[in-house]
Design a protein around this ligand. Structure first.
Ligand code: COA
Length: 164
C-alpha cells in the first residue's frame, strides 16, 4: 500500500491591521493570553492594556486562526510603545516575529511615527537587537520577570513602497 500523502502545506500567515471589535480580535486576545500571560501564571484579565483601543493591532492569521501579533501605542508626538509581541509556539523561530515587526515599522512613518520604545523580556533582547533596537537604562521587573528598556529610531528610507 502506498504511504499516505503528506498533509497539505499551509500558506504563509497573512498580516492585517485590525481594531478591537474586528472578528479576529478575540483570537488575538487568546494568543496573547496563551503566549504572554498563561505561562507566567497570570490571569486572563491581565492580558488587556488601558490603551488597547488607541493602539494599532497587527495580527498574523492563517485559516481564521491568529498565530502572531504585535501592538503599538502612540504615546508621544512622533513615537510610541511596541507591546504584546507574540508568535504561536508552533511558529516561533520561523521568521514570523521579524515579519510582524518589519511590517509595523513600515506602517508607522505613514502615521507620523518615527520612534519606537518597548519593554523587552530579558530573554528576547537578542531578537530585538537583530531588528536594530538598542537597550537603554537599567534592568527592571515587570510581570514578575526581568526586562530591559529598548528603542529604535526609524530611518526615513523606510518610507518606500508598501510591503507586507
Ligand atoms: C520573541 C518572539 C516574538 C520572536 O518571534 P519569532 O518568530 O520566534 O522570531 P523570528 O523567527 O522572527 O526571529 C528573528 C531573529 O531573532 C532571533 N531570535 C528570536 N527569538 C530569539 C531569542 N529568544 N533569543 C535569541 N534570538 C532570538 C532568531 O534566531 C532570528 O535570528 P536571525 O536574524 O539569525 O534569523 C517569539 O519567539 C515569541 O512569541 N516568544 C514568546 C513571547 C515573548 O517573549 N514575546 C516578547 C515579549 S517582550
Amino acid at each position: 500500500m502506498p504511504p499516505p500523502p503528506p498533509p497539505a502545506a499551509l500558506d504563509a500567515p497573512e498580516l492585517s491591521f485590525i481594531s478591537p471589535g474586528h472578528p479576529l480580535y478575540a483570537a488575538e486576545l487568546e494568543l496573547r493570553f496563551r503566549v504572554l500571560r498563561e505561562p507566567l501564571g497570570l490571569p486572563r484579565a491581565s492580558v488587556t492594556f488601558p490603551f488597547e483601543h488607541e493602539s494599532l493591532h497587527l495580527v498574523a492569521h492563517q485559516e481564521g486562526r491568529v498565530v502572531g501579533c504585535v501592538l503599538f501605542h502612540p504615546d508621544s508626538p512622533g513615537g510610541g510603545r511596541l507591546f504584546a509581541m507574540a508568535v504561536s509556539p508552533a511558529l516561533q523561530g520561523s521568521g514570523l516575529g521579524r515579519r510582524l515587526v518589519t511590517a509595523l515599522e513600515a506602517e508607522l512613518p505613514r502615521r507620523g511615527m518615527v520612534s519606537i520604545h518597548l519593554h523587552a523580556r530579558a530573554t528576547v533582547v537578542p531578537f530585538y537587537e537583530r531588528l536594530g533596537y538598542t537597550v537603554h537604562g537599567e534592568p527592571f521587573t515587570e510581570v514578575n520577570i526581568p526586562h530591559r528598556h529598548m528603542r529604535k529610531l526609524l530611518p526615513s528610507s523606510i518610507l518606500g513602497p508598501r510591503e507586507m
